[in-house]
Design a protein around this ligand. Structure first.
Ligand code: AMP
Length: 616
């Protein structure tokens, strides 16, 4: 029976080791040893899973349901530390696991480790089904009560899903391959299909990686796009360079074909549906792989209609299991176009969606890719072929993937949605994103202007022959969205960061100038600067603090920044009456005096120049 101490000690070593090769070797060695000691047990699989920072395999939808509040209470209970001690330790490290190591009595380090990996797995399983917080808290306390300080450190990190040991899942996959003498590609493929790192270890050792089959209802990675600044640059990306080709062959050099689509400003999502073994089950995953199905009941209802069909020959079933990639959009059914992101944004994250929200912000799914269909993973097919399949699927399903605008809320909990469907009009929820081949920069330029006129963010270009690369920001997809003008602002306040930035003032609130020369806050940014710049900024902020409120400090308004952003919203959050969406710091403008920062008038101008002026 393997001990959890092995995981904790290895994790501690990995955290201190910078070299990737050494990390991989250390993980592989431990997996091998654990497998050799007990080839039939799940220990080596659990080791892989826990090192990747996941209490359960991805395909397993169980959750620990233990957040920071519950865990910190449990830590206080078993350590006997005071609230103040915990706050101080947390502030020192920005990490509860590291805080636990400081707070647990040193005497505990002397005791022999007793927790096995199986104990931890059992406790996690019990937490997932615990009916009350009290039961869950007791389970955590039981676990921490038996742990050494080092084990407690990594148990907490694992429960919070944030190991911070510089080990990504991909490195664990490489280590599994090395340990079992299997190919890395075969391991990665099995993990992608079955989403179970633990099973992949067993498969790798038993030589059955090739038997892995795709399971629905776990998120695949999303393919992402790289930014380009101009249509010419976009065209350039898709054009083969004639450089080293002999002149005689010049005629065969052609521009690579690219599909152009609008870039919609909604929420990226993957929809799984139509599994014949689980009729009616639908899962919607967000870009960060969270299950967000609950937040979009009308899409769940609509995609639940995707079922296997009886075929032409008696008794045969046409399977219909599908994974779509696309964008959830707030939709104006009258005008047939997307609502601004800020409108959709109001209902993102809501778990219970009332009829009012369903009516105020109706949603549709704009599909732009098909990743899986009827037992076949389509990622390796060229986009051209995936689009063909998508078109055929959408054509077949479009009328069926519908749900009512509003439902009978009293009946909802008794699963009477189908009755309600008769009461209010159903609307189609699946749209295929219009897409066409482009050949010149002028065409892209025109399409960009058209997309903006439809209030979309810009355009996307995708190489027609490209495969789908999950989780990669490749060059096969590019996005063209011109930044709005930037703003010069002055920092008025700073906040301490978390994790790696604990103890460093890394989040900056900034202002523009009002009509009477007063400073009015307009946003807050924490990205765009290098670690060195942040270090310097932080030291400067400490020296120029006007008011120290603990986590937040008001600072002398002397530091000018140039910030970029995706768009400007009207908002009551800041004194200026505006808020910036996705602000990023472009430059520290030591060259610019505070007297020359931008004004609220200028913010208003930029706001008005947006085709889709969002209101928060
Ligand atoms: P960004 O968020 O700027 O990195 O842009 C990438 C995002 O664009 C994706 O995650 C999608 O949410 C979004 N997007 C909008 N329209 C499309 C489209 N037609 N194809 C692919 N991604 C799109």
């Amino acid at each position: 029976m393997a001990l959890f101490a092995v995981v904790a000690e290895l994790a501690e070593r990995l955290a201190k080791e910078a070299g990737k090769l050494k990390k991989r070797a250390a993980i592989a060695e431990t997996i091998s040893a654990m497998h050799a000691a007990s080839p039939e047990s799940e220990d080596s699989g659990l080791l892989a899973l826990y090192l990747a920072g996941t209490p359960f395999p991805e395909a397993d939808s169980r959750k620990l349901n233990a957040g920071g509040a519950l865990l910190s209470k449990a830590l206080l209970a078993v350590s006997g530390a005071s609230d103040q001690m915990l706050t101080a330790a947390y502030r020192r490290h920005g990490d509860m696991g590291a805080a636990a190591f400081d707070l647990l009595p040193a005497a505990r380090a002397e005791k022999d480790p007793e927790l096995t990996l199986a104990d931890v797995a059992e406790t996690f399983a019990a937490m997932a089904v615990a009916k009350t917080t009290a039961i869950r808290a007791a389970l955590v306390e039981g676990l921490l009560g038996r742990a050494t300080p080092l084990e407690a450190k990594y148990l907490l990190k694992l429960m919070l899903g944030d190991m911070r040991i510089g080990v990504k899942q991909s490195l664990v996959e490489e280590a599994i391959a090395a340990a079992a003498g299997a190919s890395v590609d075969a391991v990665r493929r099995a993990v992608m299909l079955e989403a179970d790192l633990g099973d992949a270890v067993l498969r790798a050792f038993s030589g059955t990686l090739h038997e892995a089959r795709m399971r629905l209802f776990h998120p695949l990675g999303f393919m992402l796009a790289s930014p380009v600044e101009t249509p010419e640059e976009a065209m350039d990306r898709f054009t083969e360079k004639p450089a080293k080709v002999p002149v005689a062959n010049a005629a065969v050099i052609q521009g690579v074909e690219a599909f152009l689509e609008d870039k919609y400003d909604g929420m990226r999502a993957q929809i799984h549906c139509g599994d014949p073994d689980q009729p009616g089950r639908v899962a919607i995953y967000s870009r960060n792989k969270e299950d967000v199905t609950e937040s979009f009941p009308e899409l769940e209802e609509a995609f639940a209609q995707v079922r296997s069909e009886v075929g032409a020959t008696a008794g045969s079933l046409i399977p219909c299991s599908l994974i779509f990639d696309g964008e959830i959009l707030g939709w104006d059914f009258e005008q047939g176009r997307a609502l601004p992101f800020a409108v959709l944004g109001q209902r993102i994250g809501r778990k219970r969606v009332s009829n009012e929200w369903r009516q105020q912000v109706p949603v549709v799914f704009m599909a732009f890719d098909l990743m899986y269909a009827d037992g076949e993973l389509l990622l390796e097919l060229p986009l051209r072929e995936r689009r063909n399949r998508l078109e055929a699927v959408v054509e077949r399903l479009v009328e069926r993937v519908a749900s009512p605008l509003v439902v009978d809320e009293r009946a909802r909990d008794s699963q009477a949605v189908l009755f309600a469907a008769e009461e209010s009009a159903s609307v189609e929820r699946l749209i295929m994103s219009p897409s066409r081949l482009v050949e010149s920069a002028e065409e892209i330029d025109r399409a960009y202007a058209d997309a903006r006129a439809r209030a979309n963010e810009g355009v996307m270009l995708k190489a027609a022959g490209s495969i789908y690369q999950p989780g990669r920001r490749g060059l096969a997809w590019v996005k063209l969205k011109r930044e709005l003008a930037t703003l010069d602002v002055v920092v008025t306040g700073a906040e301490f960061g978390h994790g790696r930035r604990a103890g460093i003032l890394s989040d900056y609130t900034f202002a523009v100038r009002g009509d009477k020369g007063e400073l009015l806050n307009v946003g807050k940014a924490y990205s765009g600067l290098t670690d060195v710049e942040i270090g310097e900024m932080s030291a400067w902020m400490m020296e120029h603090t006007l008011d120290d409120q603990g986590f937040f400090r008001t600072v002398e308004p002397l530091m000018v920044l140039e910030v970029a952003f995706n768009n400007i919203m009207r908002s009551g959050r800041h004194a200026s009456g505006f808020a910036l969406r996705f602000p990023r710091i472009l430059k520290i403008r030591t060259d610019k005096p505070v007297s020359e920062i931008d004004t609220v008038m200028r913010v208003e101008e930029v706001y008005q120049s947006q085709v889709d002026k969002p209101v928060e």
